[in-house]
Design a binder for this molecule. Sequence first.
Ligand code: F6P
Length: 329
Amino acid sequence: MHKKAIECIAVLTSGGDAPGMNAAIRAVTRAALANNVKVFGCNYGFQGMIENDFLKLSYQDIGGIIGLGGTILKTARCEKFTTVEGREQAYKNLKQRNIDGVVVIGGDGTFKGAAQFSSEFDIPFIGIPGTIDNDISGTDYTIGFDTALNTVVQAVDKIKDTARSHGRIFFVEAMGREAGLLALGSGLACGAEVILIPEVLEQEKELDKFIQKGLVDKKSSGIIMVAEGYKTGGALKIAERVKAQHPDIEARVTILGHIQRGGNPTAQDRIAATRMGVAAINSLLAGKKNLMIGLKNKAIVEVPFGLAEKAYRPINREFVDIQEVITRT
Ligand code: F6P
């Protein structure tokens, strides 16, 4: 028996927003419409699916959004979708609109929800990775990472001006609850003296070496990049420890916070989002399900949801080694 062709899909964004999500919504919608597939946007992620909060999307609705930060479909982290009742309600709402495929844009929590749903119901889901953390296994890249990286670099360049002027050490905290890739990449790009990330514990020795050497050489300014999820505490905690040990050092803390999630997506994020959006529709039309679209060695790949998880993503060890070499004095 032939599988029924896809005629109507829903697209949603879920979890933390990331610059480039709008570009992905646009690509998914345009690729679907180009194949005569109807599209509904689902507001606030899975929450909107449960609360029946859908809107039909036309070419006009997604006009001019490729360069906008945030997500026009809003986003949420939805507890209710982790319950059977929540998912049953969501299924009823999808069925009522004859939605026969769903594209979810988000992080690993989003894919977990999608995988659970697809194991219970007969509607195929395809995922697109969107998170500034770039911490999903199976893909080299997640939408939003490059924009966030550039946001951090611009901010730290400014901080360096004032750090130099006053002879201060700045502890700058980059986002990443469990992932250090943003701190690692931006730290390299800014010439940070030390980078502290959850994946590499021994880096705190480097901080002590830098402080000791700075005291001897009278080097008075520098950037210590700390990932939010660093195991012994974020930038505030680390700065407190250093200040307690060296009261003469002028230290300041800057927590960059949600500024890293906003802003117009870079060209890299727009292109990645557009490629992944079109690939997601191609996969649905080809009868595929329960997989994430990823980028591996710059090529589009399909990764089963089960392998698209936070825990499997290894840190780029080459970056850690480079940092050690270029800060060795
Ligand atoms: O996962 C993206 C992210 O920005 C993390 O880097 C950060 O720890 C978290 O989301 C913050 O979440 P919220 O927006 O709920 O404060």
